[in-house]
Write a protein that binds this ligand. Structure first.
Ligand code: NAD
Length: 279
């Protein structure tokens, strides 16, 4: 029996996404890596996008292929239109089509607002928001061209926009990041509204605090971890697998009627824990 709540057993539903083709951006690290592997474990062929660190991406590819599906790594900066167009065109060429996009790539460039440079602002908006727009646009073009293939999925395509609890929770010292995720929330809803009639499902996942390199400072020391846990009613920091498992179910036909919503996977962080005893 698995007794460690921080290491839940992986979902093993090999037929759930059988025959589907998935693209995960920023898939050589953290949440993207866990999601790419989980999609492969569930039967999808997977393109592992990365910006830097090809060996890490190739290691993810090897882990996915161990599940008997196809995978390859593709270098592209999601904020560069030409590279995103080429990435999706190459995928259609190599795998035949795209059924699932997980627009996950993201970064932080933190600074108090009075000291934040325009470069810090623009970098975060261009990767976290423009990058998701570009990837979604290219995937949707292929979904529209191909339409529904009933033996593959009830939907013509699925997009998950990786958002954050900071699409809802304001975050001083991170105005670029919080604004990018607020934008992702409206990107998700607007794309969902526009393309639901074409049987394209666009949803978001809003992770809470997940142990990955992006937020190492928030969980690395016991003091930081204790202070973080005060914000999480469920009493543990999340893992990349918590998000990956949710993503697998959300893109599967089990969630075929889920359109334009944000699934918070946050241990209750957005439940205003301070109000449990105050207010
Ligand atoms: P991470 O740093 O481990 O992964 C981010 C990935 O994005 C990396 O692979 C990185 O190389 C890639 N990336 C960055 N810029 C890129 C670019 N221009 N083109 C392509 N790839 C690029 O961090 P993570 O925690 O796994 O973050 C993944 C997503 O989850 C992000 O969108 C982040 O905002 C979101 N998120 C994370 C947390 C958390 O607590 N870890 C919470 C909420 C939301």
């Amino acid at each position: 029996m698995n007794s460690n709540p921080e290491r839940p057993p992986p979902v093993r539903l090999p037929e759930l996404l059988k025959g589907q083709k998935a693209l995960v951006t920023g898939a050589n690290s953290g949440i993207g890596k866990a999601t790419a592997i989980a999609l492969g474990r569930s039967g999808a062929d997977v393109v592992v996008n990365y910006a830097t660190d090809r060996p890490a991406a190739e290691a993810v590819v090897a882990e996915i292929e161990a599940h008997g599906v196809h995978a390859y790594a593709h270098q592209a900066d999601v904020s560069r239109e030409d590279q995103v167009v080429d990435m999706v065109a190459t995928m259609v060429d190599r795998l035949g089509t795209i059924d699932i996009l997980v627009a996950n790539a993201g970064l932080q460039r933190d600074a108090p607002t009075a000291e934040m440079t325009l470069a810090q602002w623009e970098k975060v908006i261009s990767v976290n928001l423009t990058g998701q727009f570009l990837c979604a646009r290219e995937a949707i073009k292929e979904f529209l061209r191909r339409g529904v293939v009933p033996e593959v999925s009830r939907a013509a395509g699925k997009v998950i926009c990786m958002s954050s609890v900071h699409q809802t929770i304001p975050w001083g010292g991170h105005v670029n990041y919080a604004s990018s995720k607020g934008g992702v929330a409206m990107l998700t809803q607007t794309l969902a509204q526009e393309f639901a009639p074409h049987k394209i499902r666009v949803n978001a996942i809003a992770p809470g605090a997940i142990k990955t390199p992006i937020n190492r400072a928030a969980w690395q020391t016991p003091e930081a971890r204790d202070s973080l846990l005060r914000l999480i009613p469920y009493g543990r920091v999340g893992t990349p697998l918590d998000i990956a498992n949710a993503a697998v179910v959300l893109v599967s036909d089990l969630c075929d009627y889920v359109v334009g919503t944000t699934l918070y996977v946050d241990g209750g962080m957005t439940l205003f824990p301070g109000f449990a005893t105050g207010g």
